[in-house]
Design a protein around this ligand. Structure first.
Ligand SMILES: [Mg+2]
Length: 390
């Protein structure tokens, strides 16, 4: 069997045109500070990391990560790459444990686990390419004819702008729509009314025959969310996402006792992290992101645990690593889908780095049974718009 020969990491810094977010674009955790600055300042990211793992026979597996790419790159280069070089990629579970246990003191969450994720995703892509099978086949195969997706954008703007965006998105017949709140605790009653006005306006356009998801991006707190929940109930949201910061498991658990399902997990890590969320009944929908949570190896374990608890898993973000898991798991009913768009928050950046991500057609997307691995390649189409560091 071909052994791992090299690990190449690159950070892609977007230098092209960006759309500056305006006004109360999206509530976020920094809103609690006295210097709020521009709405998404601390959460906008215009960088991405790619991790290419090559075996002796020249096959290359591609992984990626979007959190703090410069730090994740250093962690891989210095710690994780030497642990996998010379190893057999099919020993993926052993390699995962090796990376996890040898850096446990600092790597079990955050930067370390994000780096493990990027390496693990590349290893799965490699296994697919070496066996000539798509990753979802290695994970157990197709559980759906196509993957239903929900449209994820609708950042807070004027009512008219949001309604126009929803109307435009409706043309593609999505299975659901997710909108972001622009106001939080510091905006008081007036901000509450602004939030509610926008939910009502979006519901007015999309109607009540499709799901509507509401995103707080950790910009609220327990008290504020408790006040908002009864006011939101009549709009029948599918879920309320990340109302409080990721560490406040007790807050999630308290809110999740109410009539609106609470979702979260895109800022949680590993099987053990999700065991804590499930034990506390903190979330009704799990939203890990495969390129943070510990890669496909960890995600698949969380899927099993979540299935036993009958809590659906709907991974954060589009992207192939999430789609393959969704395709192979009956407990993953739908995928998040970021529409192809000019670079704004940074969620869109992967469309400019990779080729092969499927477009949603009439609210569904499909994976190719005959494309080995994840089905993406690094593209040079927009390379002149990036500054790439190795
Ligand atoms: Mg989210």
């Amino acid at each position: 069997m071909s052994k791992i020969k090299s690990v190449r990491t690159r950070v892609w810094n977007w230098k092209g045109k960006t759309v500056p977010p305006t006004g109360n674009f999206c509530a976020n955790a920094s809103d609690a500070l006295y210097d709020r600055g521009d709405a998404m300042h601390s959460f906008r990211f215009h960088q991405w990391l790619t991790c290419e793992i090559e075996t002796e026979d020249g096959t290359i597996g591609i992984g990626n990560a979007a959190l703090a790419p410069n730090l994740v790159k250093a962690a891989i280069d210095e710690y994780y790459a030497p642990m996998v070089i010379g190893e057999d990629p099919f020993d993926y579970a052993y390699l995962w444990e090796k990376m996890y246990r040898r850096t446990h003191a600092w790597g079990r969450k955050g930067i370390g686990m994000t780096a493990i994720s990027a390496v693990d995703i590349a290893i799965w892509d490699l296994m697919g390419k070496l066996t000539g099978k798509p990753v979802f086949k290695l994970l157990g195969g197709r559980t759906k004819e196509k993957i239903p997706v929900y449209y994820s954008k609708l950042y807070a703007a004027s009512v008219e702008e949001m309604q126009a965006e929803a109307e435009e998105a409706m043309k593609n017949g999505y299975q659901g729509y997710k909108t972001r709140f622009g106001y939080g605790p510091k905006d008081g009653m007036k901000g509450m009314r602004e939030n509610l006005k926008r939910v009502e306006a979006v519901r007015e356009v999309v109607g009540y025959d499709v799901d509507l998801m509401l995103e707080c991006y950790m910009g609220w707190n327990l008290d504020y969310t408790k006040r908002m929940l009864p006011k939101l109930e009549k709009y029948e949201p599918r879920w309320l996402e990340e109302p409080v910061i990721a560490d406040d498991i007790h807050g999630y658990a308290e809110l999740n006792k109410g009539p609106i399902p609470i979702s979260g997990g895109e800022h949680e890590f590993s099987l053990m992290g999700f065991r804590q969320l499930l034990d506390a009944k903190a979330v009704s929908v799990i939203q890990y992101d495969t390129n943070r949570v510990g890669g496909i190896t960890a995600a698949q374990k969380i899927n099993a645990l979540a299935e036993a608890h009958q809590v659906p898993v709907i991974p954060h973000a589009g992207q192939m690593h999430n789609y393959h898991l969704t395709m192979a798991n009956v407990n993953c009913p739908i995928s998040e889908y970021f529409p192809v768009f000019d670079v704004e928050v940074g969620n869109e950046l992967f469309y400019y780095i990779f080729e092969g991500d499927p477009d949603a057609v009439d609210g569904f997307l499909d994976l190719d049974d005959n494309k080995p691995g994840l089905g993406i390649e690094i593209s040079d189409k927009y390379i002149s718009e990036f500054e790439v560091t190795e």
